[in-house]
Design a binder for this molecule. Structure first.
Ligand SMILES: Cc1cc2nc3c(=O)[nH]c(=O)nc-3n(C[C@H](O)[C@H](O)[C@H](O)COP(=O)(O)OP(=O)(O)OC[C@H]3O[C@@H](n4cnc5c(N)ncnc54)[C@H](O)[C@@H]3O)c2cc1C
Length: 413
């Protein structure tokens, strides 16, 4: 078999193959049942992952609780569940390269093998009490979170435009404001909410991260329906009306909650979106090749037509280029390099190339590509959303352009 990409270290190659087999044997066979039972508002999806995992990129179906339990059990028994958590916190200690490889394999099924819902930026930022109350239960999957940064007036420029305020009152903080589009907020056990604590400093020492239990008096939710899931609101408006939390609910240092959030977004929302697009596109390309070989028009399989071959090769090219970029960026992150600009490039390419490639896959399938009991239209939704969620393509180009014009990047090789 032709490969134009350098191999992984032997232990990661073995891990990749093991996860690939688990996904193929445990997740793929359940896809049809999962997709033909879409979730409805108010109806339980007992046993499914909750919080942000439920909503980004989207739980698109339901399964009987015993099947969710089986998937959790497989993930936990194999160590996949916490493989990316540092060893000192009971995980596998896998670095960024391992994490992107793992995530790519998980994304090869529309039914994702569950993994720990721990927001990684909590590791190292929690007090010992917060570790007991939030961090360890999150690592084990007993507590689910939502991440609250975006607001009605603050999406692409959260640092500059954030209106939510937290004011000190004795030993407490009183928080007022509205967050918007917060994934999985209503069902989460706790919200990680950013609020301005010093209006002069804002993102440079004036935004703080609070852990707010759900429910807390003064915090209410309003559903937002998006086109990817019109039958179940997975995003929420979160109204914070004199929400009072003690000082012990501040995560990390006062004033440095924006920095914490950004560090996490580089990894979670940018680098791992490369893996998401890779997993989806490589499985979709397998399916499209099989389809093209057996679909006959005018006496020949459509795979014989150059129009179809060129769409398949365009997807192949996007996959190979994106994988090289994603893995190289992960390797740099593991070496301790600042990868903010490269992670923006991964996110930008995952969204733009992922979207154009899944569009070609859908075209190869023709009408059958639009039917919702196949994963293709759901993948289309997910990759279209990837151009907006986690920072839009334009904002990631803006990040890259600043670095380029400041002479901070090397493109000569
Ligand atoms: C399904 C979904 C889930 C989400 N989940 C969460 C979540 O869990 N937590 C959370 O905090 N947020 C979440 N978000 C919010 C998401 O991160 C924002 O929608 C995104 O960052 C874009 O912000 P905006 O919608 O305000 O767009 P805007 O900032 O209003 O941008 C509008 C348009 O203008 C462009 N634009 C803006 N500024 C510039 C510029 N300087 N130069 C060029 N073009 C520009 C943008 O690229 C875009 O095309 C979610 C959103 C969706 C839709």
């Amino acid at each position: 078999m032709v490969s134009t990409q350098p191999g992984l270290p032997p232990e990661l190659e073995a891990l990749k193959n093991a996860i690939r087999q688990i996904v193929r044997e445990e997740c793929v066979p359940l896809e049809t049942e999962f997709l033909t039972h879409p979730p409805k508002d108010g109806e339980p999806n007992e046993g499914a992952p909750r919080g942000i995992l439920e909503a980004v990129p989207g739980i698109l179906g339901t399964l009987p609780p015993e099947q969710w339990a089986r998937l959790h059990q497989v993930s936990k028994e194999t160590g996949i569940y916490t493989s990316f958590v540092p060893e000192e916190y009971g995980g596998g200690g896998m670095g960024a390269l391992g994490h992107v490889v793992l995530e790519e394999e998980i994304q090869k099924s529309i039914l994702h093998l569950p993994t720990s819902p721990v927001p990684m930026f909590m590791i190292g930022a929690c007090t010992p009490e917060q570790e007991e109350k939030y961090l360890y239960p999150a690592i084990n999957g007993d507590l689910y979170y939502a991440f609250g940064q975006t607001e009605p007036q603050a999406g692409s420029d959260p640092g500059g435009m954030m209106q939510t305020r937290a004011v000190k009152d004795g030993d407490d903080w009183v928080i007022n404001g509205t967050k918007m589009f917060i994934s999985g907020a209503a069902s989460a056990d706790y919200l990680l909410v950013q609020a301005v604590t010093d209006a002069e400093k804002r993102q440079r020492g004036g935004i703080t991260m609070f852990v707010i239990d759900n429910p807390t008096p003064g915090m209410t939710f309003e559903p937002i329906y998006v086109w990817t899931m019109p039958t179940k609101a997975q995003q929420n408006m979160v109204h914070l009306d004199n929400v009072r939390v003690p000082q012990t609910q501040v995560l990390g240092e006062v004033g440095y909650g924006f920095t914490l959030g950004q560090q996490w977004l580089v990894h979670h929302d940018r680098l791992l979106r490369g893996s998401m697009a890779l997993g989806i596109l490589s499985r979709a390309l397998d399916m499209a090749i099989d389809w093209a070989k057996q679909r006959v028009t005018y006496g020949r399989p459509i795979a014989d037509r150059q129009a179809i071959q060129w769409m398949l090769t365009d997807v192949y090219t996007d996959i190979m280029a994106l994988r090289a970029l994603t893995r190289e960026t992960a390797e740099k992150a593991d070496a301790g390099e600042d990868v903010r600009v490269e992670a923006s490039m991964v996110k930008y390419c995952a969204g733009e190339w992922g979207w154009r490639s899944i569009d070609k896959i859908m075209q190869v399938f023709g009408g059958i590509g639009e039917t919702v009991d196949l994963p293709i239209p759901h993948w289309y939704h997910m990759l279209r959303h990837a151009r907006i969620g986690g920072g839009t393509s334009e904002i990631h180009k803006f990040v890259m352009a600043r670095a380029l014009l400041d002479g901070r990047v090397n493109y000569h090789g």
